[in-house]
Write a protein that binds this ligand. Structure first.
Ligand code: NDP
Length: 285
C-alpha cells in the first residue's frame, strides 16, 4: 500500500511594482522548507491600478497573507478589513495576515529594524537621528519611540514631510522628536547614539550615492545604520567603518521583518541566520 501525500500548498507572497529586484522569495521559501512547511512565497508584479483585483484574488485563493512593497504600502489600506495599532500609527502596511476570512494589515519594517539594532545595543534611552521622512523612516521612528528611545531627530530634504513626521511621532508617543531641514552636509551632533539612513540614497543601481553628512564631531561610540538592503555594504557604511564606527546594514532589517512575517502567518519561529545566508546568496553579496 502506498501513502498518498497532500499536494495542497499554502500561499503567501509579495505584491510590488516592479518586482524584478525583490529578493524576499529567496529568503522566505528556504525558511518555510526548514520549518517543514509545504508553503510557497510568490513574487507577484501588481500594477497600481490592479491592486484591488490582486487583493480580491488573494482572498479568493485563500492566501494566508502577503507582503506589500513599493508602491502599494499605503494604497493597500482601503482594501483591508482591519489595521494593527502599529500600522495605524505608521500609516502604511507591509505585511497582511488572513485571519478567519479577514485581511489584517500590519507593519513589520520598524520591528525588523529594532530587532536588528538590538544585536548592537539596548534601545531605551537612545538619542537617534533619522535621515529621511518616507515610509521606512516613519516605521523606524515609531518603533524606536515605542521601544523607549529618549530623543529622536528627523532630518529631511523636504521640510513639510519631515515636520509632519516629527510632529506625528511626538504626538503619538510623547517622545521628544525634532525636525531639521537637510541642506548641504548635515553635521551629526556629538551626543547622537545612533544615526540611521532611512532614505533611498545608495539603493541599487545608485551605488555611488551617499547621504551628505559630516561625521567630524561624532562620538566614537556612534552606531551608523543603513536601511538599504541592496547592496548591503553601502558607501555610507563603508565611510563610517573607515572612521572606526560600528555599523548595521539593511539586510538585518529585511531578514527580521521576514522572521516576524513568517511568525504572523504560520505561528512558527524561522531561523534568521539561514534567511540571512539565503538573502546574501541571492544578492551575490
Ligand atoms: P520613500 O520614497 O517613502 O522615502 C524616501 C526618503 O528618501 C524621503 O525622505 C526622501 O526625501 C529621501 N530621499 C530620496 N532621495 C534623496 C536625496 N537624493 N537626497 C535627500 N533625501 C532623499 O521610500 P521608503 O521610505 O519607503 O524607502 C526608503 C528606503 O528604505 C528604500 O531604499 C527601501 O529599499 C528601504 N527599505 C528597506 C527595508 C529593509 O527591510 N531593509 C524595508 C523598507 C524600506 P524627500 O522627502 O525630500 O523626498
Amino acid at each position: 500500500m502506498s501513502a498518498v501525500r497532500s499536494f495542497k500548498q499554502e500561499l503567501v507572497g509579495v505584491f510590488g511594482f516592479p518586482v524584478a529586484e525583490n529578493p524576499t522569495q529567496a529568503m522566505i521559501e528556504p525558511a518555510f522548507a526548514a520549518l517543514g512547511l509545504d508553503w510557497r512565497y510568490l513574487t507577484v508584479e501588481v500594477r497600481p491600478e490592479q491592486l484591488a483585483d490582486a487583493v480580491r484574488g488573494a482572498r479568493a485563493m485563500n492566501w494566508r497573507g502577503f507582503n506589500c512593497t513599493i508602491p502599494h504600502k499605503i494604497a493597500v489600506i482601503p482594501h483591508l478589513d482591519q489595521l494593527s495599532q502599529v500600522a495605524e500609527a505608521i500609516g502604511a502596511v507591509n505585511c497582511v495576515v488572513a485571519r478567519d476570512g479577514r485581511l489584517i494589515g500590519d507593519n513589520t519594517d520598524g520591528k525588523g529594524f529594532l530587532q536588528s539594532l538590538r544585536s548592537l545595543c539596548a534601545i531605551p534611552g537612545l538619542n537617534v537621528t533619522i535621515l529621511g521622512a518616507g515610509g521606512a523612516a516613519r516605521a523606524v521612528a515609531v518603533e524606536l519611540a515605542c521601544a523607549g528611545a529618549a530623543k529622536l531627530t528627523v532630518v529631511n530634504r523636504t521640510g513639510p514631510r519631515g515636520q509632519e513626521l516629527a510632529r506625528d511621532v511626538q504626538a503619538r508617543t510623547g517622545v521628544p522628536t525634532t525636525f531639521e531641514k537637510w541642506e548641504g552636509e548635515y553635521p551629526v551632533p556629538a551626543d547622537v547614539d545612533v544615526l540611521v539612513n532611512a532614505t533611498s540614497i545608495g539603493l541599487y543601481p545608485d551605488l555611488d550615492g551617499r547621504p551628505q553628512v559630516d561625521f567630524g564631531h561624532v562620538a566614537p561610540s556612534l552606531i551608523v545604520c543603513d536601511v538599504i538592503p541592496n547592496p548591503p555594504h553601502t558607501k555610507f557604511l563603508r565611510e563610517a567603518e573607515l572612521r572606526g564606527l560600528k555599523t548595521l546594514d539593511g539586510l538585518g532589517m529585511l531578514v527580521h521583518q521576514g522572521v516576524i512575517g513568517i511568525a504572523l502567518w504560520t505561528g512558527l519561529a524561522a531561523d534568521p541566520e539561514l534567511m540571512r545566508t539565503a538573502l546574501r546568496d541571492a544578492l551575490g553579496a
